[in-house]
Design a protein around this ligand. Structure first.
Ligand SMILES: Nc1nc2c(ncn2[C@@H]2O[C@H](COP(=O)(O)OP(=O)(O)O[C@H]3O[C@H](CO)[C@@H](O)[C@H](O)[C@@H]3O)[C@@H](O)[C@H]2O)c(=O)[nH]1
Ligand SMILES: [Mg+2]
Length: 254
Protein backbone atom coordinates (compact mmCIF):
# COMPACT_ATOMS: atom_id res chain seq x y z
CA UNK A 1 0.00 0.00 0.00
CA UNK A 2 2.72 2.47 1.04
CA UNK A 3 4.82 1.68 -2.03
CA UNK A 4 1.79 2.15 -4.27
CA UNK A 5 1.04 5.53 -2.67
CA UNK A 6 4.62 6.73 -3.04
CA UNK A 7 4.45 6.03 -6.74
CA UNK A 8 0.99 7.51 -7.21
CA UNK A 9 1.12 11.02 -8.62
CA UNK A 10 -1.26 12.68 -6.25
CA UNK A 11 -2.95 15.90 -7.18
CA UNK A 12 -4.98 17.90 -4.69
CA UNK A 13 -7.86 20.03 -5.95
CA UNK A 14 -8.55 22.60 -3.26
CA UNK A 15 -12.13 23.85 -3.55
CA UNK A 16 -12.73 27.25 -1.96
CA UNK A 17 -16.30 28.63 -2.05
CA UNK A 18 -16.44 32.41 -1.88
CA UNK A 19 -19.06 35.01 -1.30
CA UNK A 20 -17.65 38.49 -0.61
CA UNK A 21 -14.11 37.38 0.24
CA UNK A 22 -12.16 40.09 -1.60
CA UNK A 23 -10.13 40.93 1.50
CA UNK A 24 -9.24 37.32 2.33
CA UNK A 25 -8.63 35.47 -0.89
CA UNK A 26 -5.14 36.77 -1.75
CA UNK A 27 -3.73 35.89 1.66
CA UNK A 28 -5.38 32.48 1.54
CA UNK A 29 -3.82 31.71 -1.83
CA UNK A 30 -0.41 32.95 -0.67
CA UNK A 31 -0.58 30.73 2.41
CA UNK A 32 -1.68 27.67 0.44
CA UNK A 33 1.36 28.10 -1.80
CA UNK A 34 3.61 28.69 1.19
CA UNK A 35 2.49 25.50 2.91
CA UNK A 36 2.18 23.22 -0.12
CA UNK A 37 5.12 24.14 -2.27
CA UNK A 38 7.43 21.17 -2.52
CA UNK A 39 10.40 22.88 -0.96
CA UNK A 40 8.64 23.81 2.28
CA UNK A 41 6.94 20.45 2.79
CA UNK A 42 8.91 18.30 5.25
CA UNK A 43 11.55 16.31 3.43
CA UNK A 44 9.66 13.07 3.48
CA UNK A 45 9.64 10.77 0.49
CA UNK A 46 5.87 10.65 0.90
CA UNK A 47 5.61 14.25 -0.24
CA UNK A 48 7.65 13.95 -3.41
CA UNK A 49 4.63 14.02 -5.67
CA UNK A 50 2.44 16.78 -4.27
CA UNK A 51 0.71 18.78 -6.97
CA UNK A 52 -2.29 21.03 -6.50
CA UNK A 53 -4.83 23.43 -8.00
CA UNK A 54 -7.10 25.92 -6.23
CA UNK A 55 -10.67 26.04 -7.53
CA UNK A 56 -12.49 29.17 -6.42
CA UNK A 57 -16.28 28.92 -6.71
CA UNK A 58 -17.57 32.46 -6.46
CA UNK A 59 -21.28 33.19 -6.44
CA UNK A 60 -21.29 36.59 -8.12
CA UNK A 61 -19.85 38.38 -5.08
CA UNK A 62 -20.73 42.07 -5.29
CA UNK A 63 -17.52 43.06 -3.45
CA UNK A 64 -15.26 42.29 -6.43
CA UNK A 65 -13.85 38.95 -5.26
CA UNK A 66 -13.64 37.75 -8.86
CA UNK A 67 -11.49 40.70 -9.94
CA UNK A 68 -8.98 39.83 -7.22
CA UNK A 69 -9.03 36.17 -8.27
CA UNK A 70 -8.29 37.18 -11.87
CA UNK A 71 -5.29 39.16 -10.65
CA UNK A 72 -4.14 36.14 -8.67
CA UNK A 73 -4.38 34.05 -11.83
CA UNK A 74 -1.89 36.44 -13.45
CA UNK A 75 0.52 36.01 -10.55
CA UNK A 76 0.22 32.28 -9.86
CA UNK A 77 -0.95 30.95 -13.24
CA UNK A 78 -4.32 29.80 -14.50
CA UNK A 79 -3.29 26.17 -14.10
CA UNK A 80 -2.97 26.72 -10.35
CA UNK A 81 -5.90 29.11 -9.78
CA UNK A 82 -9.20 28.25 -11.43
CA UNK A 83 -12.19 30.56 -11.20
CA UNK A 84 -15.49 28.73 -11.60
CA UNK A 85 -18.07 31.46 -11.03
CA UNK A 86 -21.83 31.16 -10.70
CA UNK A 87 -24.19 34.05 -11.40
CA UNK A 88 -25.65 34.43 -7.90
CA UNK A 89 -25.52 33.13 -4.34
CA UNK A 90 -26.68 29.53 -4.63
CA UNK A 91 -25.51 28.02 -1.33
CA UNK A 92 -22.48 26.29 0.08
CA UNK A 93 -23.44 22.67 -0.62
CA UNK A 94 -23.98 23.22 -4.33
CA UNK A 95 -20.80 25.35 -4.51
CA UNK A 96 -18.80 22.26 -3.49
CA UNK A 97 -20.45 20.06 -6.14
CA UNK A 98 -19.88 22.78 -8.74
CA UNK A 99 -16.17 22.93 -7.83
CA UNK A 100 -15.91 19.16 -7.84
CA UNK A 101 -17.08 18.99 -11.45
CA UNK A 102 -14.01 20.99 -12.43
CA UNK A 103 -11.48 19.16 -10.22
CA UNK A 104 -8.67 17.34 -11.99
CA UNK A 105 -6.98 15.95 -8.87
CA UNK A 106 -7.39 12.47 -7.40
CA UNK A 107 -7.89 14.12 -3.99
CA UNK A 108 -10.09 17.07 -3.09
CA UNK A 109 -9.68 19.46 -0.18
CA UNK A 110 -12.58 21.66 0.89
CA UNK A 111 -11.82 24.77 2.92
CA UNK A 112 -13.21 28.21 3.73
CA UNK A 113 -11.77 31.36 2.15
CA UNK A 114 -11.73 33.53 5.27
CA UNK A 115 -8.61 31.97 6.91
CA UNK A 116 -10.67 30.24 9.60
CA UNK A 117 -9.19 27.11 8.04
CA UNK A 118 -5.47 27.82 8.10
CA UNK A 119 -3.49 26.34 5.19
CA UNK A 120 -0.72 25.40 7.65
CA UNK A 121 -2.77 22.26 8.39
CA UNK A 122 -2.73 21.03 4.79
CA UNK A 123 0.51 19.03 5.12
CA UNK A 124 -0.93 17.24 8.21
CA UNK A 125 -4.06 16.29 6.26
CA UNK A 126 -1.99 14.93 3.39
CA UNK A 127 0.42 13.12 5.67
CA UNK A 128 -2.41 11.53 7.66
CA UNK A 129 -4.07 10.31 4.47
CA UNK A 130 -0.85 8.87 3.14
CA UNK A 131 0.05 7.14 6.38
CA UNK A 132 -3.39 5.59 6.91
CA UNK A 133 -4.78 5.20 3.39
CA UNK A 134 -7.98 6.91 4.64
CA UNK A 135 -10.69 7.94 2.18
CA UNK A 136 -11.45 11.07 4.18
CA UNK A 137 -9.40 13.17 6.61
CA UNK A 138 -11.50 15.65 8.50
CA UNK A 139 -10.34 18.61 10.55
CA UNK A 140 -11.79 18.56 14.04
CA UNK A 141 -12.16 21.27 16.65
CA UNK A 142 -13.49 18.93 19.26
CA UNK A 143 -10.55 16.74 20.27
CA UNK A 144 -7.44 17.49 22.29
CA UNK A 145 -5.21 19.81 20.25
CA UNK A 146 -8.13 21.37 18.38
CA UNK A 147 -10.30 24.35 19.28
CA UNK A 148 -12.13 27.50 18.33
CA UNK A 149 -10.80 31.02 18.68
CA UNK A 150 -12.72 34.29 18.41
CA UNK A 151 -16.34 33.15 18.51
CA UNK A 152 -18.75 34.66 21.00
CA UNK A 153 -20.44 32.42 23.54
CA UNK A 154 -23.63 32.09 21.51
CA UNK A 155 -21.81 30.88 18.40
CA UNK A 156 -19.72 28.44 20.46
CA UNK A 157 -22.83 27.02 22.10
CA UNK A 158 -24.63 26.75 18.76
CA UNK A 159 -21.76 24.82 17.16
CA UNK A 160 -21.16 22.61 20.20
CA UNK A 161 -24.89 22.01 20.65
CA UNK A 162 -25.33 21.12 16.98
CA UNK A 163 -22.51 18.59 17.25
CA UNK A 164 -23.68 17.03 20.50
CA UNK A 165 -27.23 16.72 19.18
CA UNK A 166 -26.09 15.07 15.95
CA UNK A 167 -23.63 12.79 17.78
CA UNK A 168 -26.37 11.63 20.15
CA UNK A 169 -28.90 10.97 17.41
CA UNK A 170 -26.68 9.65 14.64
CA UNK A 171 -23.56 8.07 16.23
CA UNK A 172 -21.34 8.69 13.21
CA UNK A 173 -17.97 8.07 14.92
CA UNK A 174 -16.60 11.49 13.92
CA UNK A 175 -16.03 14.21 16.53
CA UNK A 176 -16.71 17.33 14.41
CA UNK A 177 -19.71 16.90 12.15
CA UNK A 178 -20.32 20.51 11.17
CA UNK A 179 -16.73 21.43 10.35
CA UNK A 180 -15.90 21.76 6.69
CA UNK A 181 -12.10 21.56 6.46
CA UNK A 182 -11.69 18.13 4.89
CA UNK A 183 -9.67 16.08 2.46
CA UNK A 184 -11.47 13.47 0.36
CA UNK A 185 -10.40 10.87 -2.13
CA UNK A 186 -12.16 12.32 -5.16
CA UNK A 187 -13.94 9.12 -6.16
CA UNK A 188 -15.38 8.88 -2.64
CA UNK A 189 -16.53 12.50 -2.62
CA UNK A 190 -18.19 12.00 -6.00
CA UNK A 191 -19.98 8.91 -4.81
CA UNK A 192 -21.18 10.35 -1.50
CA UNK A 193 -22.09 13.76 -2.91
CA UNK A 194 -24.46 12.14 -5.39
CA UNK A 195 -26.59 10.87 -2.50
CA UNK A 196 -26.62 14.23 -0.63
CA UNK A 197 -29.68 16.46 -0.81
CA UNK A 198 -28.59 19.47 1.32
CA UNK A 199 -27.83 22.75 -0.39
CA UNK A 200 -26.59 24.90 2.51
CA UNK A 201 -24.25 24.55 5.50
CA UNK A 202 -25.86 21.31 6.70
CA UNK A 203 -24.24 19.69 3.69
CA UNK A 204 -21.03 19.12 5.72
CA UNK A 205 -22.87 17.00 8.23
CA UNK A 206 -24.78 15.07 5.61
CA UNK A 207 -21.56 14.26 3.72
CA UNK A 208 -19.67 12.89 6.69
CA UNK A 209 -22.63 10.95 8.10
CA UNK A 210 -23.33 9.31 4.75
CA UNK A 211 -19.63 8.50 4.24
CA UNK A 212 -19.43 6.98 7.70
CA UNK A 213 -22.58 4.90 7.10
CA UNK A 214 -21.06 3.61 3.86
CA UNK A 215 -18.09 2.39 5.90
CA UNK A 216 -15.41 4.65 4.45
CA UNK A 217 -12.20 4.98 6.45
CA UNK A 218 -12.28 8.42 8.08
CA UNK A 219 -9.36 9.92 10.01
CA UNK A 220 -9.24 13.16 12.00
CA UNK A 221 -6.68 15.95 12.35
CA UNK A 222 -7.07 18.49 15.18
CA UNK A 223 -7.43 22.07 13.95
CA UNK A 224 -7.99 25.41 15.62
CA UNK A 225 -10.73 27.34 13.86
CA UNK A 226 -9.99 31.07 14.10
CA UNK A 227 -12.89 33.40 13.40
CA UNK A 228 -12.49 35.66 10.40
CA UNK A 229 -10.91 39.11 10.71
CA UNK A 230 -12.34 40.56 7.47
CA UNK A 231 -15.94 40.31 6.27
CA UNK A 232 -18.77 38.56 7.98
CA UNK A 233 -20.20 35.06 8.32
CA UNK A 234 -22.99 34.10 5.94
CA UNK A 235 -24.47 31.64 8.39
CA UNK A 236 -27.87 32.98 9.41
CA UNK A 237 -30.91 31.79 11.34
CA UNK A 238 -32.33 30.10 8.25
CA UNK A 239 -29.26 27.84 8.10
CA UNK A 240 -29.94 26.72 11.68
CA UNK A 241 -33.49 25.78 10.70
CA UNK A 242 -32.08 23.93 7.66
CA UNK A 243 -29.64 22.15 9.98
CA UNK A 244 -32.44 20.85 12.18
CA UNK A 245 -34.42 19.73 9.14
CA UNK A 246 -31.31 18.01 7.74
CA UNK A 247 -30.70 16.25 11.04
CA UNK A 248 -34.26 14.91 11.09
CA UNK A 249 -33.90 13.80 7.48
CA UNK A 250 -30.65 11.94 8.20
CA UNK A 251 -32.24 10.30 11.21
CA UNK A 252 -34.92 8.70 9.08
CA UNK A 253 -32.89 8.03 5.93
CA UNK A 254 -29.56 6.65 7.20
N1 LIG B 1 -19.87 30.22 -3.36
C1 LIG B 1 -20.45 30.38 -2.18
N2 LIG B 1 -19.69 30.49 -1.08
C2 LIG B 1 -20.30 30.66 0.11
C3 LIG B 1 -21.71 30.73 0.25
N3 LIG B 1 -21.99 30.90 1.57
C4 LIG B 1 -20.81 30.93 2.21
N4 LIG B 1 -19.78 30.81 1.34
C5 LIG B 1 -18.34 30.73 1.61
O1 LIG B 1 -18.18 29.59 2.47
C6 LIG B 1 -17.14 29.81 3.40
C7 LIG B 1 -17.69 29.68 4.83
O2 LIG B 1 -18.64 30.72 5.05
P1 LIG B 1 -18.69 31.59 6.41
O3 LIG B 1 -19.86 32.47 6.30
O4 LIG B 1 -17.37 32.17 6.71
O5 LIG B 1 -19.02 30.40 7.44
P2 LIG B 1 -18.82 30.41 9.02
O6 LIG B 1 -19.95 31.10 9.67
O7 LIG B 1 -17.45 30.83 9.37
O8 LIG B 1 -19.01 28.84 9.31
C8 LIG B 1 -17.91 27.95 9.32
O9 LIG B 1 -18.05 27.06 10.39
C9 LIG B 1 -19.17 26.18 10.30
C10 LIG B 1 -19.14 25.21 11.45
O10 LIG B 1 -19.20 25.77 12.66
C11 LIG B 1 -19.12 25.37 9.05
O11 LIG B 1 -20.30 24.58 8.94
C12 LIG B 1 -19.04 26.27 7.85
O12 LIG B 1 -18.85 25.50 6.66
C13 LIG B 1 -17.86 27.19 8.00
O13 LIG B 1 -16.66 26.41 8.00
C14 LIG B 1 -16.57 31.17 3.09
O14 LIG B 1 -15.45 31.01 2.25
C15 LIG B 1 -17.73 31.87 2.37
O15 LIG B 1 -17.32 32.92 1.53
C16 LIG B 1 -22.51 30.60 -0.93
O16 LIG B 1 -23.73 30.66 -0.93
N5 LIG B 1 -21.82 30.44 -2.10
MG1 LIG C 1 -16.15 31.88 8.29
Amino acid sequence: MEEQQRNERNKYSIIVPTYNERLNIALLVYLIFKHLKKNVIPLSALFRNVDFEIIIVDDGSPDGTQEVVKQLQQVYGEDHILLRARPKKLGLGTAYSHGLRHASGNFVVIMDADLSHHPKYLPSFIKKQMETGASIVTGTRYVSGGGVHGWNLMRKLTSRGANVLAQTLLWPGVSDLTGSFRLYRKSVLEEVISSCVSKGYVFQMEMIVRASRKGYHIEEVPITFVDRVYGSSKLGGSEIVEYLKGLAYLLVTT
